[in-house]
Design a protein around this ligand. Structure first.
Ligand SMILES: [Zn+2]
Ligand SMILES: [Zn+2]
Length: 352
C-alpha cells in the first residue's frame, strides 16, 4: 500500500509498505479522509519524543473497517468510523479516570498505550491498524470528510468544557485555525457575546460566518486586549479559550479575562513557547487558568453527536482536496496557507 513516511527527522516521502495486520484488540481500517495539521510539522521536526523514525503520520482521519483482530466486538467490517487518537493503557490512574490524554504509560505500545500517528503508524496511508477502542462509528449522514474531524472536535469540546461556560457569558476564542473554529461553534451554543481573535482576515471571516459576533484582527488594532474589552462594553471576558499556540496569544488571553474569569490555554502543546506576564494579572485578577491537552476518552463521542446534529459545521473548514499521491502539494498548500487553506483533505483510499 502507499503511505506517507517520515524516514528521518526533516524529510518525508511516499513509499510502498506492507498492509498492516490487525493484532488482538485492533481493527484494520481503509483510510478514506485524512487531514494535515501543524502538529504533523512538529512530528516531522522531531519535537515529539515519543515518535520513532521511520514513521507514518496522520492523526485526523476516518475510514471503513475492513478486518478486525481477535477479541474485537465493538466494530465489524463495513462500519464507517472516525478515530480518537489518544488510546490510554487503560490501567493507570489517569486512564481509570478516563483521562487517556494523560496516560502514565505514554509511548509504551507494549503496555497498551497508543497515540495514533504519533507513537504508532497513522492514517496518511491506504490502510491503518488501530486499537478498536479508538474508533467512533459515524452516523450515515456524516461524510468521511466530516468524520476525519472526530478527534479535532473532541479537542475543541474538551477545552470548552474546561472553561465551564455558563449560558449567556461573554467568551473570547483566540486562534481561528480548525480547532479554534470548532471551539467557537461549540461555545456559540452557550455564549452571550462571542469574540474571535486572530491574525488572518480570511479566517476571521469564516469565524463570523460560523457565529462570532465580533472579530479582532491583532494586526489591525493598536491594542487587542482593549479591542476585546470594547466589544464587551468595557469589561473583560468571562472566559477565554486560546488555540493560537504562541506565548503572546496566551499572554493576551490572560489579560482579556475579567477579574474572576476563566482562561483555558490549549494551543501550545509542543515545546518552545513561553509566557511573559505580570503575575498580578493572574493573582489580583483572581483568574482560573487551565491547560487543556487533547481530549479524554469518549469526549469525541459527544463531538460526533454535535457534528451529526449540525451544531458544529465542518465543511467551511475544508478548503482543499488531494489524492494521497499528491501529498507534497497538499503539505505545501497547508503550510504556505495557499488559497486561504484551513484544512487540506487527503483521500488515501480513493475519493470519499
Ligand atoms: Zn492535529
Ligand atoms: Zn494509562
Amino acid at each position: 500500500m502507499l503511505a506517507v513516511t517520515f524516514p528521518e527527522v526533516g524529510r518525508f516521502e511516499l513509499r510502498e509498505v506492507p498492509v498492516p495486520e490487525p493484532g488482538p484488540g485492533f481493527a484494520l481500517i481503509k483510510v478514506r479522509s485524512t487531514t494535515i495539521c501543524a502538529t504533523d510539522m512538529k512530528i516531522l521536526q522531531g519535537r515529539f519524543p515519543g515518535t520513532r523514525f521511520p514513521h507514518i503520520p496522520g492523526h485526523e482521519w476516518s475510514g471503513e473497517v475492513v478486518a478486525v483482530g481477535p477479541g474485537v466486538h465493538s466494530v465489524q467490517p463495513g462500519d464507517r468510523v472516525g478515530v480518537e487518537v489518544h488510546v490510554g493503557c487503560g490501567g493507570c490512574q489517569p486512564c481509570l479516570d478516563g483521562l487517556y490524554n494523560l496516560c502514565e504509560n505514554y509511548g509504551h505500545p507494549e503496555r497498551g498505550h497508543a497515540h495514533i500517528g504519533f507513537t504508532i503508524p497513522g492514517g496518511l496511508a491506504e490502510y491503518c491498524a488501530v486499537p478498536a477502542r479508538a474508533l467512533h462509528k459515524l452516523p450515515d449522514h456524516l461524510s468521511f470528510d466530516e468524520g476525519a474531524f472526530t478527534d479535532n472536535v473532541g479537542v475543541a469540546l474538551w477545552a470548552v468544557e474546561r472553561a465551564e461556560l455558563k449560558p449567556g457569558e461573554n467568551v473570547v476564542v483566540i486562534g481561528p485555525g480548525a480547532i479554534g473554529l470548532l471551539a467557537l461553534q461549540i461555545a456559540r451554543a452557550t455564549a452571550g457575546r462571542l469574540v474571535l481573535v486572530g491574525t488572518r482576515e480570511d479566517r476571521l471571516r469564516v469565524g463570523r460566518e460560523l457565529g462570532a459576533d465580533v472579530t479582532v484582527n491583532t494586526r489591525e488594532v493598536a491594542d487587542p486586549v482593549e479591542a476585546v474589552r470594547e466589544a464587551f462594553g468595557g469589561r473583560g471576558a468571562d472566559a477565554v479559550i486560546e488555540f493560537a499556540g504562541t506565548g503572546e496569544a496566551a499572554q493576551q488571553a490572560l489579560r482579556m479575562a475579567r477579574r474572576g474569569g476563566r482562561v483555558v490555554l490549549g494551543g501550545s502543546t509542543g515545546q518552545g513557547a513561553e509566557l511573559h506576564i505580570e503575575l498580578s494579572t493572574i493573582v489580583r485578577g483572581h483568574l482560573d487558568v487551565r491547560g487543556s491537552l487533547a481530549n479524554p476518552r469518549w469526549v469525541s463521542r459527544r463531538g460526533v453527536a454535535l457534528m451529526a446534529s449540525g451544531a458544529v459545521r465542518i465543511q467551511p473548514l475544508i478548503t482543499h482536496h488531494f489524492p494521497l499521491s499528491e501529498f507534497a502539494r497538499a503539505w505545501d498548500t497547508f503550510f504556505q496557507r495557499e488559497g486561504g487553506a484551513i484544512r487540506v483533505m487527503l483521500h488515501p483510499g480513493g475519493a470519499a
